[in-house]
Design a protein around this ligand. Structure first.
Ligand code: ZN
Length: 533
């Protein structure tokens, strides 16, 4: 169901549209004096700012994509809409598939993972599948199954942490909720359905403790207990009750004991929250059966920096990779032309990467193997050709795309000098001798060569030996499928903060490299002699 989602999103756009580049600045009475004071500065001879019109199209489109994609569910819905608009046919894993060379298809699992693929006109069984993999999820607080908390006269929402977030960044942000709701619409028990919901206004906040009550916070660090300090405030108990006309049924709104709420019957979730969801979903609060809701930052993604060279945004990890892969798939070969393609082009976006991928919808599950097996069987007419799966896998290639750590100027010693990725300098090829990344010399070469044909820059990363290394879907898929894999990513700062940043040019570079991968991989691969894996 997209109705609730599209209604909700139209509102977001209106409320949080990008600030117009021509928006007049507030008049500054000191402006003349300031101009005179800095007139001799060499910098004033040439303004360093890039006109917004020169921000790469891919970067502007990414900003819009992220603003439509508050959760893994919404990212999947946004991707589905873009694919359908480009002529991709939606398949269901529950139904029989019919696919043919020249065709373009996609399917979703759990409404939060999505696989899209386009079969080349020149495909013959055994040819490779050229995959770019990414993930749809980001660290966030998620609502607990029983979320209603009443504490010190406040209504709070109980949350569990999802993934390795920088949780202190969620304090003092304007927050809301979005996700998937299970509904039973209709009085007397209608059918169960799953619908997306997004509340566009800031209804939640996690306030920091004033410095006067925490004098050593700047010297000793911000210490956070994720159980007791992270629950967002929804309302004061008294206003929350009044707003719903529940004052009579909530006689002790200031009571510390939640059991006293509603005459001793404690609801799983605050009725006020359910009312807000019901309003968004255009249903009755009683029709909400269950939900999976995430806490989301309502501040939209924007182009930032004095030279319009950055993107300030939540969820760059990993929607930036997901979007670039999607755009490359839609545009490779000239508007997605498959005339010259001999393989299968694929984008696979998984949920649950931030918690290790070990789920039915994660990269550690069966989703990709299931998809590839079905595609191969259909395309060779179920003829049981000897070794068809294995031959296909040996000819296939996975670009595992996940964000990388750019060099932070204030923490430069966290990188080793030879492997310190820079902003605007291209995709980062990630290597790790301990196989936290799946890249090897051959896969790095193949990927580099695809970009080199179009003069696309690239850089290298290994983590310092005295620091731990992150990981991603690359090693998991590579191990499970036996597929050649390169781990790459756009360099960014503030990874896993509620508000991250990256360079606009890197988004364009990433998109162009992914497009070059689809267009050039078959040729580059055929130039490689003596291939053993
Ligand atoms: Zn990631």
């Amino acid at each position: 169901n997209t109705r609730a989602f599209s209604v909700a999103y139209t509102k977001t756009r209106d409320s949080y549209g990008l600030r117009s580049p021509t928006m007049p600045m507030l008049s500054n009475p000191n402006k003349k004096r300031l101009t005179a004071r800095f007139a001799s500065s060499p910098a004033s001879n040439k303004l360093p700012s890039t006109p917004l019109s020169r921000v790469p199209t891919a970067a502007n489109e990414l900003v819009e994509f992220i603003n439509e994609s508050w959760t893994s569910y919404h990212a999947t819905a946004t991707t589905s809409r873009m694919l359908a608009a480009a002529g991709f046919v939606q398949l269901s894993e529950r139904d029989e598939w019919s696919i043919a060379p020249g065709g373009k298809y996609f399917f979703t699992r759990n409404m939060s993972s999505i696989v899209a693929f386009a079969v080349g006109e020149k495909y013959v069984p055994g040819n490779g599948i050229h995959i770019i993999g990414a993930h749809t999820d980001s660290p966030c607080p998620k609502l607990k199954p029983v979320s209603s908390i009443i504490k010190s006269g406040f209504l709070e929402v109980g949350v569990q942490t999802y993934g390795g977030g920088l949780w202190h960044t969620w304090f003092d942000r304007d927050l809301s909720v979005a996700g998937k709701v299970v509904l039973r619409r209709g009085i007397g028990g209608g059918q169960l359905s799953q619908e997306l919901v997004q509340v566009d206004r800031p209804i939640l906040r996690i306030p920091t403790l004033a410095i006067h009550l925490d004098r050593n916070v700047n010297t000793e660090g911000f210490r956070l207990n994720v159980e007791s300090h992270l629950a967002p405030i929804l309302a004061t108990a008294i206003k929350g009750a009044l707003g719903l006309g529940l004052a009579a049924s909530c006689p002790s709104a200031h009571d510390e004991d939640p059991k006293s709420y509603e005459k001793g019957k404690k609801p799983a979730h605050h009725p006020l929250l359910l009312e807000i969801l019901a309003e968004e979903l255009d249903c009755d609060a009683d029709e909400i059966v269950d939900f999976e809701l995430e806490v989301c930052d309502v501040q939209p993604s924007v182009i930032g920096g004095a030279a319009h060279e950055f993107i300030y945004s939540g969820r760059l990890d990993n929607l930036a990779s997901a979007f670039c892969a999607l755009k490359a798939l839609l545009e490779a070969g000239g508007d997605g032309s498959l005339d010259e393609e001999s393989g299968v082009r694929m984008v696979a976006m998984f949920d649950n990467e931030e918690v290790g991928s070990g789920s039915a919808i994660g990269a550690g599950g069966t989703i990709l193997a299931d998809a590839i097996t079905r595609i191969i069987r259909i395309l060779c007419n179920n003829s049981h050709e000897e070794g068809i799966f294995e031959r296909t896998m040996r000819n296939s290639f996975l670009v595992s795309a996940d964000m990388a750590h750019a060099l932070h100027p204030n923490y430069a010693d966290k990188h080793e000098a030879n492997h310190a990725p820079k902003i605007h300098a291209g995709l980062v090829v990630k290597q790790n001798a301990n196989q936290r990344y799946a890249t090897n010399a051959v896969t790095a070469t193949l990927f580099r060569e695809c970009g080199a044909k179009n003069d696309i820059p690239i850089q290298d990363f290994v983590v310092r030996n005295d620091m731990g290394c992150g990981s991603t879907i690359g090693p998991i898929l590579s191990a499970n499928l036996g597929i050649r894999t390169v781990d790459v990513g756009v360099p960014q700062l503030s990874m896993h903060s509620v508000r991250e940043m990256c360079g606009t040019e890197d988004i364009d570079i990433c998109y162009r490299h992914f497009k070059a991968f689809y267009e050039n991989f078959a040729t580059v691969s055929s130039e490689f002699t003596d291939i053993d894996f």
